[in-house]
Design a protein around this ligand. Structure first.
Ligand SMILES: *[C@@H]1O[C@H](CO)[C@@H](O)[C@H](O)[C@H]1NC(C)=O
Ligand SMILES: *[C@@H]1O[C@H](CO)[C@@H](O)[C@H](O)[C@H]1NC(C)=O
Ligand SMILES: *[C@@H]1O[C@H](CO)[C@@H](O)[C@H](O)[C@H]1NC(C)=O
Ligand SMILES: *[C@@H]1O[C@H](CO)[C@@H](O)[C@H](O)[C@H]1NC(C)=O
Ligand SMILES: *[C@@H]1O[C@H](CO)[C@@H](O)[C@H](O)[C@H]1NC(C)=O
Length: 485
């Protein structure tokens, strides 16, 4: 049975009906037109690359420009990644560039990050269009959202056999190539102060991409001005993540003392195959079963009954694949209700045309997460803690935050993971404030800042928009979050 992939139930409220977001090969492609940068002054280069979005249906009027389209990362095999880029609301030329990634693996940064969390246009719940987000992160930075790897959202490969080879390294390499090719379209950002941010499974993607950039930066011609990374409820170290997940479930009264004792006695999350122990498997199954009754991503909010995503009980559960070599994975994403609206919106012909994804006739098939990619994920680093160490010694700014009502990558998982680093404390645990209230707590270490968001679930900005923007602003300034009212 060693090599056989077998399955385990898992909680998931997303309806990921068989739809794969893989686009068919004969579709019109947005096209990369390389522009040779002549005048590299400010951001005027942006108007000429054909990706400026001018007539997005339902878009509220705004004063900033945004661009969307494809950037080819491998011409031989026909791999191309879709991005959506929002210039900062004011003075984009003075503000840093931030790349945002969502996880899954297999989930879309456009569907989650851009249109549910931190972008300027949130998909409206009436399903008609978009509404302006007054707490969009492009108030503080130029925000770049990437659908990564190929097979996610609008991104695709013409060599479909590659979908079975996707994994962490594949993803990092293509994202790296993407950046360099994107800079060809947007030369004024080539040397801009740069940060990478993301949540959930991007807890792996972000440090992995940062490491690649750091390594390649030894060649001056490839230098990217990476200054730091920002991670939200990030998957970090599989053993610690699992351990924190069951401790959190027990300490938040989701599972019984008996189940907890069974797990503690039988699960060795550090082993290469904790699931070879039946007691452990049963204990974890019981935990997932209880979580299946509520929203694991946000323990104290109600599940979305209105959504068709929840129209039958089966759709909440998903079959998850695992092999003996890898920890089982649970797909990360948030808000089943909004997921449906996003799907409706991004499959509209006029929307696809406006975003330079299709000609408006030969449509791409967009879905928020690609279940096949999630299930077929071929390579995952068990821990990115060694990468943290490397990035810390390289002097990068590393901030990690955690919504403390998330059961999926709970605050305990993050604390266990970070404690392995054994970093000296430079500023002790204390509250941070927003609008005269305790927004969470934080502690600073030599080389890393850790903060919580009180009462926020997995996708923190969905729950705490104003607080998140304030926190993001502190991160960019490299200044502690406000510790007085
Ligand atoms: C999108 O995928 C679904 C499910 O696989 C399929 O039923 C539908 O026809 C596809 N739509 C397009 C436009 O290809
Ligand atoms: C394109 O991708 C294939 C498969 O991953 C790889 O073998 C090849 O080297 C890539 N080509 C370039 C130019 O990177
Ligand atoms: C994929 O194939 C289609 C059809 O041949 C082509 O139009 C498109 O440009 C290809 N995409 C890439 C990224 O090469
Ligand atoms: C948007 O935010 C600004 C502060 O950043 C505030 O002054 C304004 O009232 C807000 N607008 C709305 C509609 O909430
Ligand atoms: C996994 O092993 C490391 C190194 O021995 C240890 O520090 C950590 O506590 C272990 N984690 C779990 C969840 O057992």
């Amino acid at each position: 049975m060693d090599n056989i992939i077998y399955t385990l139930l898992l909680i998931l409220f997303l309806s990921l009906k068989a739809s794969s977001s893989v686009s068919s090969r004969d579709r019109q492609w947005g096209g990369v037109r390389r522009i040779l940068s002549s005048g590299d002054n400010n951001n005027n280069d942006n108007n000429n690359n054909g990706d400026l979005v001018t007539n997005l249906p339902g878009q509220p009027p705004v004063d900033f420009q945004h661009h969307a389209g494809y950037v080819t990362v491998n011409e031989t095999n026909g791999r191309t990644l879709f991005y959506w880029f929002y210039e900062a609301m004011t003075k984009p030329e003075d503000k840093p560039l931030v790349l945002w990634l969502n996880g899954g693996p297999g989930c879309s940064s456009v569907g989650y990050g851009a249109t549910q969390e931190i972008g300027p246009f949130l998909v409206d719940t009436d399903g008609r269009g978009l509404k302006f987000n007054n707490f969009s992160w492009n108030k503080e930075a130029n925000m770049l959202f990437l659908e990564s790897p190929v097979g996610v959202g609008f991104s695709y490969s013409n060599t479909t056999s590659e979908y079975a080879q996707l994994g962490d390294d594949f993803t990092a390499n293509d994202a790296y190539t993407f950046l360099h090719n994107w800079f060809l379209k947007f030369p004024s950002y080539r040397t801009r102060t740069f940060y990478i941010a993301g949540e959930s499974y991007a807890g792996k993607y972000v440090p992995e991409l940062a490491e690649l950039i750091h390594d390649r930066n030894k060649d001056p011609s490839l230098h990217i001005n990476l200054k730091g990374i920002l991670l939200g409820n990030p998957e970090t170290s599989d053993a610690e993540d699992w351990s924190g997940m069951v401790d959190y479930a027990w300490s938040h009264a989701v599972i019984s003392d008996e189940t907890y004792k069974t797990i503690k006695a039988s699960c060795d999350f550090n082993s290469s195959d904790p699931w070879s122990n039946n007691d452990c498997t049963q204990g974890v199954d019981e935990t997932l079963k209880q979580y299946n009754e509520i929203d694991i991503y946000s323990l104290y909010t109600s599940v979305c009954f209105a959504s068709t995503a929840r129209s039958n009980d089966q759709s909440m559960q998903m079959v998850m694949s695992r092999s003996s070599k890898m920890m089982p994975r649970i797909m990360g994403g948030y808000d089943p209700c909004l997921d449906d609206y996003a799907k409706t919106f991004y499959n509209r012909p006029d929307v696809q045309k406006a975003l330079h994804v299709s000609d408006g006739y030969n449509l791409k098939n967009w879905s928020i997460c690609n279940e096949n990619i999630f299930k077929g994920w071929a390579q995952s680093k068990p821990s990115v803690i060694p990468i943290y160490k490397k990035l810390i010694s390289a002097g990068l700014r590393i901030w990690v935050y955690s919504g403390d009502t998330d059961g999926r990558v709970p605050v305990l998982s993050t604390r266990y993971s970070l404690s392995i680093l054994g970093l000296p404390i430079t500023k002790r645990w204390r509250p941070w404030y927003h609008e005269k209230e305790v927004s969470g707590w934080y502690q600073e270490y030599e080389g890393l800042t850790f903060a919580t968001f009180r009462g926020a679930g997995h996708a923190v900005p969905c729950f705490k928009r104003s607080n998140s923007l304030a926190f993001f602003s502190s991160f960019l300034l490299g200044k502690s979050p406000p510790s007085t009212k």
